[in-house]
Design a protein around this ligand. Structure first.
Ligand SMILES: O=P(O)(O)OC[C@H]1O[C@H](O[C@H]2O[C@H](CO)[C@@H](O)[C@H](O)[C@H]2O)[C@H](O)[C@@H](O)[C@@H]1O
Length: 240
């Protein structure tokens, strides 16, 4: 299906890794260009402020990569909401000891120095991109931790497994934002590349909006672009 131009009246929701930036060997190695920062600022103006990033990364991490982004950030797979820089609120109610989870994660990963532990305020990720053969071990570790933390759920990611709060997701973050100004009353457009994005894509489409899958793989999205460069081109064309 041909991708129509982005309407200035749409509410735009964008995933980060694999969507706005190319996948990198490590989470801290992604390349945020001046062109991307400029694109996001111009989109924010054009859409009347109705531009949000909805990421699996935590808010502090994402705002650290995009310090001048003027819009809303929903982080940690929809568990955190930052309406502006310096503001963060929690969007789930499960109480758990994040420090204990991170300690367990570090201890279980310690025998495998090639694994990378990512600690988030509402969960954590175990990355095996540097050692793909450790995928079964990562699955065992994360399933073990999931069993010990029933309020958390396993979230598959690209060359990683994550634990995140059950009961929230990118879809609920999108739905919550759609109740707020300046998103309310607009048609949602969501672009993302991974399984964590699928519920939000379905949510956007169920509201009469549009979903764009970036890259290969099964998807609920009616539209697809091959990579972040193609998404950037589509966004830039909408800005001209
Ligand atoms: O929802 P997203 O914004 O797409 O975030 C999903 C996860 O992205 C990050 O991990 C992935 O990207 C890394 C950098 O390209 C890559 O090295 C890693 O293998 C990928 O899994 C991030 O580290 C996670 O916290 C996000 O949940």
């Amino acid at each position: 299906m041909t991708l129509p131009p982005l309407s200035p009246d749409a509410a735009l929701f964008l995933d980060f890794d694999g969507c706005l930036v190319d996948i990198a060997p490590r989470p801290d190695a992604v390349r945020v260009t001046g062109a991307l920062r400029d694109r996001l600022a111009r989109l924010h103006d054009r859409q009347g402020g109705a531009v949000a990033l909805i990421s699996g990364r935590d808010v502090a991490d994402l705002r650290g990569h995009l310090p001048d982004f003027p819009g809303v950030v929903a982080g940690s797979h929809g568990s955190e909401l930052s309406l502006r820089a310096g503001h963060v609120q929690t969007l789930h109610h499960a109480e758990f000891d994040a420090a204990a989870l991170h300690a367990d994660l570090r201890a279980l990963a310690a025998p495998h120095p090639a694994l990378l532990v990512e600690e988030k305020p509402h969960g954590g990720a175990l990355h095996y991109r540097a050692a793909p053969e450790l995928e079964p071990e990562v699955r065992r570790i994360m399933q073990d931790l999931a069993a010990r933390n029933p309020h958390l759920m396993l979230q598959p990611a690209k060359m990683a497994l994550e634990l995140r709060p059950a009961g929230v997701g990118k879809d609920s973050a999108l739905a919550h934002l759609m109740t707020l100004e300046p998103f309310h009353g607009r048609l949602p457009v969501f672009a993302g590349d991974d399984t964590t994005d699928e519920p939000a894509m379905a949510e956007a489409q169920s509201r009469g909006g549009m979903a764009i899958k970036i890259g290969e793989g099964a998807t609920a999205a009616a539209h697809r672009l091959p990579d972040p460069a193609a998404l950037a081109l589509w966004l830039d064309r909408s800005l001209t």
